[in-house]
Each structure stands twice: as C-alpha cells, then as structure tokens.
Write a protein that binds this ligand. Sequence first.
Ligand SMILES: [Zn+2]
Length: 66
Amino acid sequence: MTSAEADATDSPRYECGVCWHVYDPAEGDDVAQVAAGTTFAELPEDWRCPTCDGPKSKYMRIGDDR
Ligand SMILES: [Zn+2]
C-alpha cells in the first residue's frame, strides 16, 4: 500500500469562475488569513474569493498534472 497522503503542494488549485483568481493551496490566502498549506476543501464554507468576493461554489478545480 502506498501513501496516498498528499501535501498541500500536491493539492489541486481552484480557479474562480467569476474573475479567474486562482487559489493555490501552497500559498493560502493572505486576505482571509488562510495559512499556506490549506487545501481548498479545508477552506471555511464562508470563504470568498479575495478578488471578487465570489463564493466557493464559483470555483472550479483546474488540472495541475506534473
Ligand atoms: Zn473571483
């Protein structure tokens, strides 16, 4: 069995469908005081896009295969 635990650096990034702001788990979100290493799924439900104030539901996962 392999370890499937992903670091935040391996977590998917999400892009705002309104303004195309990208939430990068490796960086967190300074505006909302979200610590670096917080995955998108771990963001609070009331977290909003720091750029356009759009809700989490507007975000879409973007591929980041490397
Ligand atoms: Zn936005």
